[in-house]
Design a protein. Structure first.
Length: 312
């Protein structure tokens, strides 16, 4: 069965933008993903079809070649318009003076088989008609945790075609990044090379960490007395918890930087940025209220200033 037009598969027009392609793919991949449609062969087929359409259209070079009719929806050359005979068989075009009967050389010792040897390689008579086609690419979305994406490492995945692959996740991989495994896709016809496996990475969010470039941000709740007096507090990192020192008289919003505790990228390791958040107890007792009233009366201070339209 011929592969459908990738634009129709994703429900897009030919002039669709990259953002529209990504959005359509996300919606359809989520709808037909094998993890949410276990045992549904039709959904598995549609998921593979959607993934293949996305992989072709998201690649600007391959998309351009498809739009120009140079390749088909599977990425195979179409050879459209190729005709060494100039469209008129042996009686037309630049090679019209010779016959292919027996491969006899024409005028000047020219052998028509030479042109096919140059184009298709030395594959014998009729090689053009039997030119090997690479097998189809197989796409899969691999979900990884925030820590797995940050640190990298091995991961085993089961592809929609039933093949199990061992994938090495590079440290610092970002959401949506694609890993190509050469020759791990669908088998090619008649012994032709297999296609590739295209692994799209989906990074799950973390309950505490947020990534910004190569840095990781973390909000750390501290008590009022820890903020006023200072304290040693343990904080989580990608490699386990460590103890940091909260300086005395720390305001909410103060950022403490832990060097090299962020994403381990090739250029440099990022940092862990710890933002302090001073938290009051859920219920204030009378003693705390009395303290606050005394401070307001005898030791008031400004925290907003003129930029907020007042002097308090």
């Amino acid at each position: 069965m011929a592969t459908r037009d990738p634009y129709k598969v994703l429900g897009l027009s030919k002039g669709a933008s990259t953002a529209e392609i990504k959005k359509a793919y996300r919606n359809l991949a989520k709808k037909h993903h094998p993890d949410t449609n276990k045992g549904d062969d039709e959904s598995a087929r549609k998921f593979s079809e959607v993934s293949s359409a996305h992989d072709l259209l998201i690649d600007e070079e391959r998309r351009g070649r498809f739009d120009r009719g140079e390749i088909d929806a599977d990425g195979n050359p179409t050879h459209q318009g190729f005709n060494p005979f100039g469209g008129g068989g042996q009686g037309a075009g630049p090679f019209r003076r010779w016959s292919t009967q027996g491969g006899d050389p024409g005028p000047g010792g020219f052998n028509p088989e030479d042109i096919f040897s140059d184009i298709f390689g030395n594959m014998g008579p009729g090689a053009g008609a039997r030119q090997a086609r690479t097998g189809p690419d197989v796409s899969y979305t691999l979900k990884v945790t925030f820590v797995e994406a940050a640190k990298g490492g091995p991961k085993r995945v089961s592809m929609p075609n039933g093949k199990t692959l061992d994938v090495t996740i590079p440290a610092g991989v970002v959401d949506g990044q694609q890993i190509r495994l050469r020759g791990q896709g669908g088998a090619g016809p008649a012994g032709a090379p297999s296609g590739d496996a295209l692994i799209s990475i989906a990074v799950a969010s973390h309950p505490l960490f947020e990534r910004t470039g190569e840095d990781i941000k973390l909000e750390l709740p501290i008590t009022l007395y820890e903020a006023v007096l200072g304290a040693g507090v343990r904080v989580p990192t990608l490699d386990g918890s460590v103890q940091i020192k909260v300086p005395p008289n720390s305001s909410s919003g103060k950022i403490l930087r832990l060097k090299g505790k962020g994403i381990a990228a090739k250029e440099r390791s990022g940092d862990l940025l710890v933002t302090l958040r001073v938290m009051l107890p859920e219920e204030a007792d009378d003693e705390m209220k009395t303290f606050a009233e005394e401070m307001k009366t005898s030791r008031s201070y400004s925290v907003r200033g003129d930029r907020f339209g007042n002097n308090s």
